[in-house]
Design a protein around this ligand. Structure first.
Ligand code: G3H
Length: 530
């Protein structure tokens, strides 16, 4: 497999390491004097392969974790804090201040996305821009939500003024594949709804958060956003054990989510907002348009090297078209361009986890030993930081690549005669996020759509699986998710309906009129935000 030998453009070269010695707690950027962990990129800066040192981050523990929790609890102040009681329009001003400051850091963050997680330049730019857009859309959606709440209802002689209120303290943990976008898709709605937060960046894609520390400090009241660095088990576990966290917001894998939930002593207090693993299938029917299908399956299986929870992780192709599909698909996979993230037209890029090529090799060896073969010439070729996607066929259910969420470049293919085969597999699966269905005949598609919609949460017709556009609901059944994220739904996931109720009588009506005239309550208000 050819390595990228292109020179690194000047603007993307690593000239200084970032030795991150600060963390944000209680509105203060505190100085860290303890142990640090070095951060390496698997991308080499020299001709001879060598991981590149990017910098270091604090290796924090229980003391700092509990300090951050105290700061978040004080900022919430049993519901009396400045932030949870603040007028919606003032919270929006803080968020708008933050997003303006964030925009100034685009170039720095995009460069770190490429080095830290190996995401291509266009995809890194897209991740940044999509996140900014997500924040701006969230602000508009919150205004809309607030406008809808600026009224009273009356049923059976009882008036109600219903709003959505914060839940309390949110512990927020994001994934390495979208260290900015997915983390902010949790953090931003949690903050804007009036919660106070503790946030720990993912293991890879951590330095890219550091340019934003000051923006967080300067945009929100103290203690609303607290940012820690270190290992999840060292900082997240002690926070959960206190039982004082109200929401665990995590995008990652179900093992970490389960381990953290179990630490919390009061399970009914803890609300979960989780985006977990998936094994989204592509189902290719005999009448599928193969040109389009192959392009979509390539995008679904190989975008960001398959390191997406929404990636297509298993492909079911009908017996009648399997030979043609495998042949054309394999050739197209081998024609993809591998290189460093800034190389023009690059589709496959270095894997950020040093152990990933070896893990993918294990899946490959296991499948080969159990009867699969590699369909494409380059499948399984190694370099120091990559393994070429192997198209594996025929895959059977006893293979690890069928059972595990590979989250990397390897493509298991099964063929079927009867559509009940993939449907049964999906019903048995622990996952239920999305499916891609390829075909044309409406009488075949109709009952399938009806069934698939009950097995997963998004049926993609002749299209690869994806999360976006972010206005659409992103969720899953079974082990794939809890709660729903989208610009609209996330505001609801991080809040609860709470209201002022009063019986219709002269005293109450007069009192409420006076309360509204006085304009002193931020909750009880019929003011509109335009
Ligand atoms: O890792 C899972 C992401 O939510 C996938 O998002 O479909 O936009 O790549 P995406």
């Amino acid at each position: 497999m050819s390595k990228s030998s292109n020179p690194i453009p000047a603007e993307f070269q690593i000239t200084n390491t970032i030795d991150q010695k600060q963390y944000l707690v209680a509105g203060e950027l505190k100085k860290w004097n303890g142990n640090t962990t070095q951060v390496f990129s698997t991308i080499s800066s020299s001709e001879e392969y060598k991981p590149t040192l990017l910098g270091s981050i604090p290796d924090m523990g229980e003391v700092e974790a509990l300090d951050a929790l105290d700061a978040a609890l004080s900022a919430y102040d049993k519901g009396q804090g400045v932030w949870p009681t603040m007028k919606v329009k003032d919270r929006i001003v803080c968020m708008e201040t933050f997003v303006e400051k964030m925009k100034e850091k685009r170039a720095e963050i995009v460069k770190l996305l490429m080095w830290e997680i190996g995401k291509s330049l266009p995809d890194s730019q897209k991740e940044f821009d999509r996140t900014v857009e997500y924040i701006e859309d969230t602000v508009e959606e919150y205004k809309d939500l607030d406008r809808g709440s600026a009224k009273f209802q009356k049923h059976q002689g009882v008036y109600a003024h219903i709003r959505r209120g914060p839940l309390g303290v949110v512990l927020c943990l994001g994934p390495y594949n979208y260290p900015l976008n997915e983390t902010f898709a949790l953090l931003i709605p949690a903050i804007i709804m009036g919660n106070t937060t503790i946030f720990k960046p993912a293991k890879h894609g951590v330095l890219l958060i550091t340019p934003l520390l000051e923006a967080f400090r300067d945009s929100f009241p103290k203690g609303v956003v607290n940012i820690l660095f270190g290992r999840g088990r060292a900082v997240a576990a002690p926070i959960m054990k206190t039982g004082k966290v109200d929401v665990l917001a995590l995008i990652g894998n179900s093992k970490s989510a389960n381990a953290l939930q179990e630490q919390h002593p009061k399970s009914n207090r803890l609300r979960l907002v989780l985006g977990l693993e998936a094994k989204n299938p592509a189902i290719i029917l005999p009448d599928a348009d193969l040109d389009l299908t192959i392009d979509e399956v390539i995008a679904g299986t190989t975008s960001f090297n398959g390191q997406r929870c929404t990636a297509l992780k298993v492909v079911y192709v009908h017996e009648d078209i399997k030979t043609e599909f495998l042949d054309r698909f394999s050739k197209k996979i081998d024609a993809l361009k591998f290189g460093n993230p800034w190389d023009n037209g690059v589709k496959l890029t270095p894997l950020p986890e040093p152990g990933k090529p070896a893990y993918i090799q294990e899946l490959l060896d296991d499948a080969l030993a159990k009867g699969a073969s590699i369909q494409n010439d380059k499948g399984g070729q190694h370099s120091e930081n990559y393994i070429w996607p192997a198209v594996l066929y025929p895959v059977s259910k006893d293979m690890r690549v069928y059972q595990e969420e590979q989250f990397g470049p390897i493509i298991p293919v099964l063929s079927f005669k009867d559509i009940e085969e993939p449907l049964d597999d999906m019903a048995e699966s622990n996952y239920g996020q999305q499916v891609s269905l390829f075909g044309k005949d409406v009488y075949t598609l109709s009952p399938l759509i009806d069934t698939l919609a009950n097995l997963v949460c998004r049926v993609n017709l002749n299209s690869s699986c994806q999360r976006g556009p972010d206005v659409y609901p992103f969720t899953g059944r079974k082990d794939s998710a809890q709660a729903t994220l989208s610009v609209h739904d996330a505001l609801r996931s991080f809040s609860i309906r709470t209201f002022l109720a009063f019986k219709d009588n002269d005293l109450n009506n007069e009192t409420v009129e006076q309360l509204l005239d006085a304009k002193v309550s931020n909750f009880l208000s019929t003011d509109y935000i335009l």
